[in-house]
Design a protein around this ligand. Structure first.
Ligand SMILES: Nc1ncnc2c1ncn2[C@@H]1O[C@H](COP(=O)(O)OP(=O)(O)OP(=O)(O)O)[C@@H](O)[C@H]1O
Length: 446
């Protein structure tokens, strides 16, 4: 993981040297500034994890500088260091947004503890935002089960991609596990302990996508009663996963490109740029190159987001993996449902292996769930497998055993299937807003 970067602001070169020497030895990266103007210029240009700020500076004092730094980026913790240990000064600096207040001469070990703590708090805050916007907790799946050449190739590509820093574009048919792979890549990257923020770009209005990604200032538009932190900002030092990237509105695309190229962006209604450091993982089941040709996706953004390309193979290209995958999926489902472990008969495994799986792993999971609902013993036979699109939710014996949540899940699957996977008409039929349906799709792991 990258070292936490600290900006040390102090007019005395001996103090800056001592702080730099100590902090670098203890695993931090350090930049220095000797005055307010220099500190502000550096702070605008670079991404810092924390700042230590001496009170008296040649061109002003910390109480002048603090609000200016906070206006550029309010999320970076600032530790005030001063010879003038008055209570009023401490209170004022905290009111202005300082995280901590230390009195000179600074005990370097104490400063290290303070910095580690503020960095930890900051990380937790970002994770909190990440959890708030994410519907379900991350869970570890073995994404590379099986011995087929296709899955071995995928594991190899993914392992290489995880350790790089460039943006990743994941392509593949619907239901192949692109979103799960994006989470795996984040967890196995140097940013794995930082937040992962996910957003599905499909079906949202331009305005919604804009504020979700970039945030907005209070009063930026009617209804913006409070400022909002966007996904990019909340994911600072972590990863942003944009699903259905091919559906991103053309007018939002240049803003994303700027954030990727210059590592800066602006909240809606804001006059200054904010710095940000994130890794982008995009996924799409559409052919992005074809979208570029049709001028529905910007070529410059395409080249930027596709520095590393991974294509997840469809199940039909790895039929030999299906028995192991099906048994493992069934194990997960029984665990999630609190059921006893169930096995698939040899014959049933053969039937699964011969099926075409246009809906890939998602479809396999649905078939297994339906089989489990109908199963009367702890062995699923081929007759229990139902490849028809309709879940048994129409008042039969199976449906009366469903919980309300399971009923909801099956009804949503049913309507989505009947609408060919298109969220908008499905939401209309279900009589719920499109965004609610997206949330439910995510929450139910569909
Ligand atoms: N290797 C795997 N093992 C078990 N379950 C998996 C695996 N890969 C994907 N799944 C499950 O299959 C379903 C679809 O996966 P996911 O959402 O990642 O696919 P996707 O390719 O992103 O789909 P879409 O293109 O429709 O967005 C999810 O329920 C997911 O948990």
């Amino acid at each position: 993981m990258a070292k936490p970067k600290i900006l040390v602001v102090d007019d005395e070169s001996a103090v800056r040297f001592a702080l730099r020497d100590y902090l670098e030895f203890h695993g931090f990266a350090v930049d220095e500034a000797s005055a307010c103007a220099e500190a502000e210029a550096r702070y605008r240009k670079d991404v810092y994890d924390a700042v230590t700020l001496d009170y008296a500076l040649p061109d002003g004092n910390a109480l002048d500088l603090l609000p200016r730094l906070k206006a550029i980026d309010a999320g970076v913790p600032i530790v005030l260091i001063t010879a003038q240990g008055s209570i009023e000064l401490a209170v004022r600096s905290i009111q202005l947004g300082a995280e901590q207040f230390l009195v000179k001469p600074v005990d370097l070990a104490a400063l290290q503890v303070v910095l580690e703590r503020v960095l930890e708090n900051q990380r937790n805050r970002r994770k909190q935002v990440a959890t708030d916007t994410r519907e379900k907790p991350l869970r570890a799946l073995d994404l590379f089960l099986g011995e087929s050449p296709a899955i071995r190739r995928l594991e190899e590509q993914a392992t290489r991609a995880a350790s790089a820093e460039s943006p990743i574009l994941i392509q593949g048919d619907t239901g192949t596990g692109k979103s799960e792979l994006a989470r795996w890549l984040h967890r196995h990257s140097s940013r794995g302990l930082e937040p992962l923020l996910e957003l599905n770009c499909g079906g949202f209005t331009r305005e919604f996508l804009d504020t979700e990604l970039f945030g907005h200032e209070k009063g930026a538009f009617t209804g913006a009663v409070a400022a909002k932190v966007g996904l990019l900002e909340a994911a600072n030092r972590g990863t942003v996963f944009l699903d259905e990237l091919g559906d991103m509105d053309l007018q939002i695309q240049p803003k994303l490109l700027k954030a990727l190229e210059e590592k800066r962006f602006r909240r809606l209604g804001e006059v200054h740029d904010r710095k940000v450091d994130f890794r982008l993982i995009g996924a799409t089941h559409r052919n992005l190159e074809a979208l570029v040709r049709e001028r529905l996706f910007r070529a410059d953004l395409f080249y930027r987001v596709s520095a590393i390309q991974i294509t997840v193979p469809p199940l039909s290209e790895r039929a030999e993996d299906i028995p192991e995958l099906a048994q493992s999926l069934l194990g997960r489902i029984t665990e999630e449902w609190g059921r006893e472990p169930v096995k698939l008969s040899r014959e049933a495994l053969g039937v699964l292996q011969r099926h075409g799986w246009p809906g890939n792993i998602r479809e396999l999971r649905n078939v297994l769930e339906r089989a489990l609902l109908g199963a009367r013993t702890l062995l699923i036979e081929s007759v229990d497998l139902d490849f028809a699109s309709s879940p048994r939710a129409g008042g039969g014996a199976a449906s009366s055993r469903l919980t309300l949540k399971e009923m909801e899940r099956f009804h949503i699957i049913q309507v989505l299937k009947e609408e060919g996977g298109r969220v908008e008409p499905a939401a209309r039929r279900l009589d719920i807003p499109r965004s609610t349906l997206y949330q439910k799709i995510k929450a139910l792991g569909l």
